[in-house]
Ligand binder design. Sequence first.
Ligand code: FES
Ligand code: FE2
Length: 451
Amino acid sequence: MNESSASLGVKDIRDDFVPKAGFLSREFHELEKERLWPKVWQIACREEELKNVGDFVVYDICDDSIVVVRSAPDELKAFYNVCQHRGRILMDEKHGRTKFMFCKYHGWRWGLDGTLQKIQDEDDWGGCSTFQKKDLRLKEVNVDTWGGFVFINMDPDCEPLLQFLDPIPSYLDFLKFGEWRYRWYKTVILPCNWKTVLEGFNEAYHIAATHPQLLNYSADYTIARTFGPHGMYFYPPETSTPPGAPAARTGRPVPDDLRITFAEFYDEMDKTLNAMFTPRAIKASQRVLEEVPAGADPVTVIMEHARMHQEEAANEGVDLASMTNQEVGNMGQNWHMFPNHVFLPLLDGSIAYRSRPHGDDPDKCIFDIWSLVRYAPGEEPPLEREFYEDWSVDTEKRFGKILRQDFGNFWATQKGMKCRGFEGSRTNPIQEREIPNMHRALYGYLFGKDS
Ligand code: FES
Ligand SMILES: [Fe+2]
């Protein structure tokens, strides 16, 4: 490691400061490869991608490749995606359905349970006492699920998944993520470290400058909370602007009719993000405008929107009415699930992000964006995955205005952090506290918990 990163330790991180080496140095990236990724639970895919026996998804993380497969109707398995003969990657395709895992090089073949089924000219090894077919099972990786997400962990001694996720499930299980499905799925290569992009999504402090169009509806002032390595931010109710009052950041009065604010805001989010706000929630916002009398007080507008949203969902076979006010009140706005997953759940729609290094390059990442919706069973659209090598082409058309605005920051931040004139991130200790918290957890993996 170079001089500036050699002495990195948890003590160097404060709620208002994160050293920059973690975003930039190759040595740090190498340590993540050795001590983070092989040791931590991470989302490989969702269960709906593994519906039938033989369905598989390949999850690549740095130099490792892992294939997750439905090996039996009620069983998932994960294996290192590598042939035990001479090391060719087994499954070239990133997803698909197969009866067995077949190496295209010399034709060795494994069953879905990882058992070696066929060796070309097996008798040739007859004189080798050290060669045992049973020793050549595919090397297995831990796999477990929560909320329809399929996680893998390469560490044979890892803690149980639910223990690692605690307390996230206790806040969010009422949303029944297991019943949610992809509405759309996009992947893009971004020219920055995986943490540079992730951290652009686990704070809302940037909204005022990066997405100023959203200030017509809210001050976007948030407070972050942390839970072990994970984090969450929420909008404190006392910071919302009453109808007709000047908006906190712009000074412009917000509409004095909350019905109009709702309808405009939902429409804006639909056009510029196309996620989180489901068609049924948007329809409810239009119905509020048509069916609730002008001049209704804000509480009535909020209650009526909630009722109509539930009604629209029930018409489609989705029960939102059994959620309690306490569950909804505590759910927060945005969750960071350590290390590399961020999601913003609403009652029946969410946008979710996963970032990870692109191969062996600390300056590039693979960024997945998922719109998830709670559909009635069988009502989900077919899954189509979009992949974009170049983020800068047709950005707004492909990703929408909000993500186009976000993407504009990432290359510039990755470049800016390399300047000698920058020492480290001066994180906002209230609104961006998830960021130093994440780095503390990360340093714990890399340098030891008490480093
Ligand atoms: S490398 Fe796979 S069969 Fe030879
Ligand atoms: Fe943003």
